[in-house]
Design a protein around this ligand. Structure first.
Ligand SMILES: Cc1ncc(COP(=O)(O)O)c(C=O)c1O
Length: 486
């Protein structure tokens, strides 16, 4: 039986997602005409041709002015921005219960929470160890205001929430203080879907909850009528590729008053004086939107959401689940001639509560780590885009590789010169541990051929050594690629 036939037999639901193959041909032609295999949907989603043409048509047709006035061109812009805002609230089923604040990206939304949350001595900021750095960074605001900062550990090897530890930490919260718990709905490292029931568990214990939905919403529906986190952050380019530069902070209406902005800016005040040194912040979302919004980009959010609605999230989810299963079950059995495994997949090997992000490292027949940077380079040469490094999620990487506090101290002994490349070297010398990995992520128009091409690429490393695959030519520092000599 051919690989495709056995895949279809194992995944009868996949055939029902063929509309996505048609969509790929009609709207994402550039993928197959370039022959490129795109496997970084957690990095950024891809846009459909029609999103661009619809947006271009709108811009060609309308005269959009700066939204902060009453002129016809300004009002036109305000109307388009407010339509987009309503469509976001509608899409997440939050109309009437949530306020949607447009931001630059998910990180911009997180910074708004960091600077506005009423952290105070006796209060707590609790984070899951599986958070993106843009969530981890909020701890600096919490610390500066005297809040305690704690991390909930992950279980190994599945990299899920240590539930008893979470409940114990939540129970320690002083209900008379402001306590915030932050976790990602889906890990951008392991693809683990953390249970949304954690939201209610924390709220019942007097905590407010910040849900990072950035890596979850591209392939899952978030229904704010079912779960009610106090704060939700997203980046729209991760959901449907275009536009970049627009994200959103969704604030539960009951939580808006708990936030206190530390400054004001153009657009956020109803009134400000120089002589009186006073200002009155605008109510609702306006008080959080500093300066002029990306008012030309924001109408493309409504177009993107309509596109997702037309395609259907259930279809995307079904396809991604089938393909992820094929990917993981194709990688795990790969063994060198001497019987040793080629691939180590971090996180769940099963499909239980996991999404389409799969992170791994490759090892040679002696069990030594193959440099993920070289794998990345070779993938590029093979026409495959993956992501390598730590994906701005150090906690999950540390748990996955068993990196200890002592390992961290060895890195920090380098002082301010420490970087991911240098840390990677230090970890190599401390028992061949890896600081970083290879991430493959599937999305809206992924297909079986993409997965098979990657599996074929991976199998090319069977019985290879660090020497035979060649030396790396580029490095990654702070998520920036540094080529040799640059
Ligand atoms: C889970 C998660 N949170 C937050 C972010 C930050 O998103 P952005 O870079 O768009 O601000 C990312 C981006 O990769 C992410 O995956």
């Amino acid at each position: 039986m051919s690989a495709t036939a056995s895949f279809l037999e194992l995944h009868p639901d996949y055939a029902g997602t063929s509309a996505l193959d048609e969509l790929r041909v009609a709207e994402y032609r550039r993928l197959d005409s370039s022959g490129h295999v795109y496997l970084d949907y957690t990095g950024a989603g891809l846009y459909a041709d029609s999103q661009i043409s619809e947006h271009a048509e709108l811009l060609e047709k309308e005269l959009f002015g700066n939204p902060h006035s009453a002129s016809p061109t300004s009002m036109k812009t305000t109307g388009a921005v407010e339509r987009a805002r309503a469509s976001v609230l509608d899409y997440f089923n939050g109309t009437g219960n949530y306020t949607a604040v447009f931001t630059l990206n998910a990180s911009g939304a997180l910074k708004l929470i960091g600077e506005s949350y009423p952290f105070s001595p006796g209060g707590r900021f609790l984070l899951l160890a599986d958070n993106h750095n843009s969530v981890n960074g909020i701890r600096e605001f919490a610390r500066a205001k005297g809040s305690d900062v704690d991390y909930v550990p992950l279980t190994v090897p599945e990299l899920r929430v240590d539930h008893p530890a979470l409940i114990a930490l939540l129970d320690e919260g002083d209900r008379s203080r402001a306590n915030l718990f932050a976790f990602p709905a889906q890990s951008n490292f392991s693809g683990v879907k953390h249970p949304l029931s954690l939201i209610g568990a924390a709220q019942e214990r007097g905590w407010q909850v910040l849900l990072d939905a950035a890596a979850f919403v591209p392939t899952n529906r978030l229904d704010l009528g079912i779960v009610s986190p106090d704060f939700v952050v997203i980046s729209f380019y991760k959901m449907f590729g275009y536009p970049t530069g627009v994200g959103c902070l969704l604030i539960r209406n009951t939580a808006v008053a708990s936030l206190r902005r530390p400054w004001f800016a153009g657009g956020t005040v109803n009134f400000a004086t120089v002589q009186g040194r006073l200002h009155v912040l605008a109510p609702g979302e306006a008080g959080f939107e500093d300066g002029t919004l990306n008012f030309l980009g924001i109408p493309a959010v409504e177009i993107g959401l309509r596109h997702l609605e037309r395609v259907g999230m259930e279809l995307i989810q079904t396809r991604v689940a089938c393909l992820t299963e094929r990917l993981v079950s194709g990688l795990l059995p790969l063994r060198h001639g001497n019987g040793r495994h080629l691939v180590r997949v971090y996180g769940p090997a099963s499909m239980t509560m996991r999404g389409g992000t799969v992170t791994m490292n490759f090892y040679d027949p002696s069990g030594s780590l193959l440099d993920y940077r070289r794998i990345d380079e070779l993938a590029g040469l093979a026409g495959i885009s993956v992501r390598t490094g730590c994906f701005c999620n150090p906690g999950a990487g540390e748990a996955a590789e068993g990196l200890t506090e002592d390992d961290m101290r060895a890195g920090f002994a380098e002082g301010a010169t420490i970087s991911l490349p240098r840390f990677r070297q230090i970890m190599q010398h401390r028992g061949g541990k890896s600081a970083g990995a290879i991430r493959v992520s599937l999305g809206l128009v992924s297909n079986l051929a993409d997965v098979e091409r990657y599996l074929q690429f991976a199998a090319g490393f069977l019985d290879q050594s660090a020497l035979s695959i060649g030396a790396v030519k580029f490095d990654i520092e702070s998520c920036r690629v540094i080529r040799d000599g640059s």
